[in-house]
Every structure is written in C-alpha cells, then in structure tokens.
Write a protein that binds this ligand. Structure first.
Ligand code: 13P
Length: 255
C-alpha cells in the first residue's frame, strides 16, 4: 500500500517530562526511529523542555513541536509564549486547539484560528485539533461539530498548502483506551478532506489529517491504513519510546 501523503507521527507529551527526563525520552525516540525514512516524526514536550529536546535531537530527523502558543508576538501577557519564541527555542511545529485547551482553558474557534494564522506567518507548522464530545457523537452531531471547528481555520491553512496539519481527536477517545474504529475515523477524515477540497484541490491533496485518541502500536496499522488517515497525534503512548516507535513503524510500513 502506498499512502498518498507521507505519514506524520506526532507525540503530544502534554504536561509530562518537562526537564531532564525529556532529554532521555527524546534521545530514545531518536534511537528507536532512526531507521524510519518514510515517516515524519515529531515530539511535542512542555515549553520548559523544548530547547533541550531540540538540542538533543540536533542532526536527527525527529522534529520538535510545542503544545500551544500565544497569538501576540511580545508584550504584557504574563505566563504566555509567542510563536517567534518557540521558533527560537527550536520548535518547528505547534499543536493548536487541543480539546484539553478548548475545555479547560476556554479556547474558542476564533482564538484557534488566530493562533493558526500567527503560527503560519512566523514559520511554525500548526497541527490544529478538532473533535466531538461523547454527548455530541451520541446525538449524531459529529460531522457538524467537526465541520464548524474546521471552518474556523481551514481557509487559513489553505494559504500555505501542506505546511499545516489537522488532527481529528474524538474527545471521548482521548486517554480513555477507547479508539474510534478505522471506519469511524475514516468517515470524519473523509468529510474533512471533502471540505478542504471545496477550498482548493491543492490544500486537500497536501494537508495531512492525523487521528488522535488512544492510538497505540496495536491499533495504529488499522487506522493508518485508512485512505484519509495520514498519521497520528499520540498522547499516552508517546511517553514510552518503544510504544511510540511501534506506531511510527506502522506508518513506515504503509508509506
Ligand atoms: P491519548 O493518546 O493519550 O489518548 O491522547 C491523545 C491526545 O490527546 C493527543 O493529543
């Protein structure tokens, strides 16, 4: 099987490994994925570890991302970090609009769009997250919710086709051990692709759409084999290099 797009396997470490442990994990990821030449591998540590991890990964193909950014470049925004600061620290990617940020930190579609614009302008590659709550899925609202979230930033991504990625993360599958089955994931991914195609054929062909939510080595192959699943955004299983490498290997095999 040949994937239409080069698989992207990104680890979201969330609020884990902010110090020396981050370097050990990054070093293990570098070692365990060194042979994989057909997938892009990204790790996203907490802010405090970005520069260390970037240093640890210097010269390797594994890239570094952040988990959030502030839309302004500098100023009186206590506790925040700007896109140019992330770039300076060695980040090349940034996760935006994660459901945890939407639910716990009040991030709206408008704010996520603003962050997407700034990341692209500064030269960071955004991975913008979308996904429905369990309650929304049960009410049959999945496609409507994801389309609403997507509409907020899709045309911004279209300015630089293929630079950014989208992650479909059903909220009920995050950290729960419940995964969307390949058919459930593909249905949403296909809708996202179709919506991108309405904007431009190029953005639809080039944008990688990742799946996230309890992805692990044992279920990665089935998910990544879906036509419109171009990679994964991995939480828990990205905290152990062997587990994460197992997912990257599934991408490598299918690429
Ligand atoms: P889990 O892989 O732990 O379910 O987390 C998914 C996620 O939120 C990645 O951003």
């Amino acid at each position: 099987m040949n994937k239409a797009r080069r698989p992207l396997i990104a680890g979201n470490w969330k609020m884990n490994h902010g110090g020396a442990n981050a370097c050990n994990l990054a070093s293990a990821v570098k070692r365990t994925t060194a042979e994989f030449d057909k997938v892009d591998v990204v790790v996203c540590p907490p802010f405090t570890a970005i520069a260390w991890v970037a240093e640890e990964l210097r010269g390797s193909a594994v890239q570094v991302g952040a988990q959030n950014v502030h839309p302004k470049d500098s100023g009186a925004f206590t506790g925040e970090v700007s896109a140019s600061m992330l770039l300076d620290a060695g980040a090349r990617w940034v996760i935006l609009g994660h459901s945890e940020r939407r639910a716990m930190f009040g991030e709206t579609d408008t704010l996520v769009a603003e962050k997407t614009r700034v990341a692209l302008d500064v030269g960071l590659r955004p991975i913008v997250c979308v996904g429905e709550l369990l309650e929304e899925r049960e009410k049959g609202q999945t496609l409507d919710v994801v389309k609403r979230q997507l509409n907020a930033f899709a045309s911004i991504l279209a300015d630089k086709p293929g630079v950014g990625a989208i992650a479909y993360e059903p909220v009920w599958a995050i950290g729960t051990g419940k995964t969307a089955g390949p058919a459930e994931a593909q249905e949403v991914h296909a809708m996202i692709r179709a919506r991108l195609r309405e904007i431009s054929a190029e953005v639809a062909e080039k944008t990688r759409i990742l799946y996230g939510g309890s992805m692990k080595a044992s279920n990665a192959e089935g998910l990544l084999a879906c036509e419109d699943v171009d990679g994964g955004l991995i939480g828990g299983a990205s905290l152990k290099a062997e587990d994460f490498a197992g997912i990257a290997l599934a991408g490598q095999k299918l690429a």
